[in-house]
Design a protein around this ligand. Structure first.
Ligand code: ADP
Length: 478
């Protein structure tokens, strides 16, 4: 490592303190990996009621934060992430003392513009309070998008550079023009080269336009977001900034996701003890009252039930799937049309289809361990972590060939014995890909080879952290 850096990573969710999806996994795992490389890395997030369930000691620093433009004071708390990475939590009862992070299921909180403009401001005030002058502030997703703007107006940060990471361009934090006053930003910024986006104030655009450098969570997605199909209207900006846009594939935290040590699964197993996985499968069959013969594969999905995740493709294939000798297990929450569809389907075929409509971290581990295959037919997928976890659990991914799925899954060939999953280019080829998987599943030796290929692949954070480290150094040199 050329230079030990001071880095502040900012995120609205960090595992194990708060999680709705992959953003939390990344924000919880990348910092400890950067610390191992010798950097002075700290993390900051809002303090929600769920943060106390992380089982970590959280200390009140008894430091009041005065937030410019807001009458509500913040209070700063501190805890620890992984092996001694300091994490700071900003408390404000009016903004963060709520059951959900972003809104009730199906809708956003109406004051999100206030909640996250406040967060962006509070991050900078907290940084001054703890007297930590970062070389780099690493912002993540729209909730942090105003930080690069606020920072430019504050001389305390004159030497600080910003990296803005896009985890999902589909969520942009766009608000009516009238909410500009809430952000405290000047009207002069409300134009095409500023934070105006089709007549709205866009936090995401703030990050994209004003951060020194941009990153996203896979090389494939960094290209896809520069196209009208997956750019969500931001493709022009991303094309202009393409020399400052880097795709770094996320990693897996094997201290959490490893079937050999996972305390959340019924029986531990690894590449040399694959027969133990059968017990995890039997556990699932009992738990969900599935009545399957030994050779019926269990397919699973562990996912937000949103359009992004390609649920429509499963809905359209229902009749054909019913004719196949497969079982399907869904763990997810989200849009009610998808929830009702799966609920209804499991009522029709309770022996083969099971649905758990909740967010349940521990059940996610058990389902991954006991299933034979994971389905990820996502319409777009910035990185996707579940398929990388599935590999480690010997649960073979069947995925759409897009985004991070493209980068992390290699098509299996039963001729060469190489590859770790199955990929289809579009919905026309989904069933063909599934059939290929089912045919391999029927050849025990071939299937075991395929499972072991996935289990042996090293997707640890170490490699991604080195890439981030090099990127931070590059930003500071430029
Ligand atoms: P995204 O961030 O788009 O939701 P990712 O695949 O990157 O998708 O990450 C999703 C993370 O959330 C994974 O850790 C996955 O296991 C977890 N997850 C998603 N839905 C659920 C659920 N209903 N219960 C438990 N874990 C879930």
């Amino acid at each position: 490592m050329s230079r030990k850096l001071k880095i502040l990573l900012v995120s609205a969710e960090v595992h194990p303190f708060a999680k709705t999806g992959g953003l939390a996994d990344v924000s919880g795992a990348l910092p400890p990996a950067l610390k191992k490389l010798g950097h002075d890395i700290r993390v900051i997030m809002p303090k929600y009621p769920c943060t106390t369930q992380a089982g970590k000691e959280i200390q009140n620093l008894k430091a009041d934060l005065d937030i410019p433009g807001f009458s509500q004071k913040g209070t700063l708390f501190q805890s620890e992430l992984g092996d001694k990475v300091p994490i700071y939590l900003i408390e404000n009862s009016e903004f963060y003392n709520r059951k959900h992070l972003y809104g009730e299921p199906g809708s956003d909180y109406p004051d999100n513009v206030k909640r996250f403009a406040y967060f962006c401001r509070a991050v900078l005030e907290a940084t001054k309070t703890i007297k930590f002058k970062p070389d780099i502030i690493h912002c993540n997703d729209w909730h942090t998008g105003l930080i690069p703007l606020y920072l430019k107006a504050d001389s305390w940060f004159s030497q600080t550079k910003t990296l803005f990471s896009i985890h999902n361009l589909g969520y942009q934090g766009n608000f009516p023009h009238s909410s500009l006053a809430t952000t405290g930003l000047d009207e002069s910024l409300f134009h095409e080269e500023g934070i105006e986006f089709y007549g709205q104030v866009s936090f995401m655009k703030g990050g994209l336009m004003f951060a020194d450098t941009l990153a996203t969570v896979s090389p494939a997605y960094s290209q896809e977001i520069q196209t009208p199909e997956l750019g969500f209207g931001m493709e022009g900006i991303l094309q202009k900034r393409s020399t400052h846009l880097h795709g770094i594939l996320n990693g897996v935290d094997y201290s959490v996701w490893n079937p050999e040590t996972d305390p959340l699964i019924p029986v531990n197993y690894g590449p040399t003890s694959l027969s133990q996985k059968t017990q995890c499968r039997e556990y699932l069959m009992r738990m969900f009252s599935l009545r399957l013969n030994k050779r019926t594969p269990i397919l699973c999905m562990i996912t937000r039930l949103s359009e992004q995740k390609g649920i429509d493709l499963i809905m359209e294939a229902k009749a054909v799937l019913n004719k196949l000798d497969i079982s399907l297990l869904i763990l997810g929450t989200g849009e009610s049309r998808y929830e009702s569809f799966f609920q209804q389907w499991s009522k029709e075929r309770p022996d083969h289809i099971a649905t758990a409509l909740k967010f349940d971290e521990s059940l996610g581990h058990r389902i991954l361990a006991g299933s034979d295959m994971l389905l990820m037919p996502s319409r777009y997928e910035p990185c996707g972590l579940t398929q990388m976890y599935a590999l480690k659990y010997g649960t073979v991914p069947i995925v759409r060939n897009i985004g991070g799925l493209k980068n992390s899954i290699q098509e299996f060939s039963d001729k060469t014995g190489k590859g770790n999953g199955f990929k289809f280019p579009n919905k026309k080829y989904f069933l063909k890909s599934l059939q290929k998987a089912l045919s391999c599943f029927n050849q025990t030796k071939t299937w075991e080879k395929l499972m072991r290929n996935g289990m042996g692949k090293d997707n640890s954070w170490e490699c991604s952290a080195k890439q981030y480290s090099r990127l931070y150094q590059k930003i500071l040199r430029s």
